[in-house]
Write a protein that binds this ligand. Sequence first.
Ligand SMILES: Nc1ncnc2c1ncn2CCCCCNC(=O)c1cc(-c2ccc(F)cc2)cc(O)c1O
Ligand SMILES: [Mg+2]
Length: 214
Amino acid sequence: MDQSKEQRILNSVSYNAVKGDPESVLDCIDKYCSQKEWAMNVGDEKGLILDNVVKEADPTTALELGTYCGYSAIRIARLLKPKAHLFSIEFNPEFVPIAKEIIEIAGLSDKVTILEGHAQDIIPQLKSKYDVDTLDFVFLDHWKERYAPDTILLEECGLLRKGSILLADNIIYPGAPEFLEYIRNHKRFECTNYPSHLEYMKVEDAMEKAVYLG
Ligand SMILES: Nc1ncnc2c1ncn2CCCCCNC(=O)c1cc(-c2ccc(F)cc2)cc(O)c1O
Ligand SMILES: [Mg+2]
């Protein structure tokens, strides 16, 4: 059976990246996806915005919605302090083993737990099953129409605390209009917009940061 694009990305990382070096894994994926096959990684330009917000949050516990091949999980995990941890939720069973392998090659398996399933099913289990208290940082990069309901779910499950930072990808393209409407009109969030471009393209995109005011 033909290999999937995601398997070809893993092959490229496995062949070209330096084992245990997250930067070389990121560079390899960015090179492959800008020169060979486009893929929906957050990419190098929006990745820098992600880096800066993760540094600002300096999270002990972080959550990512939408793992895909693990590119943004590596961007986040490589910046985490000792003992800090990233939970990443992915529902597509084909992507989970590929992301695990790519994160292993980056040497970050100890800092990342990939949870397979829909965000709306796993978020309510984070406290009881995964011993999470509250989340310091959340990266939203899954189905765009799930950004708003899953943000509401995070709040309802008591997973947000005063100062929790959310960062959402694809605010312009593919777009997350319901999320934008919700988060900007909700008084308990302080929002900042970061204009950028769609990964590996000249198409406009943006990220939105929302700080939970408690
Ligand atoms: N745990 C969970 N719960 C619910 N859904 C879950 C999930 N885990 C995964 N999914 C399902 C997410 C599917 C991928 C989401 N991301 C996207 O759909 C996405 C698409 C583009 C794009 C841009 C231009 C184009 F021409 C085409 C596509 C770019 C991006 O940066 C994107 O993040
Ligand atoms: Mg995205």
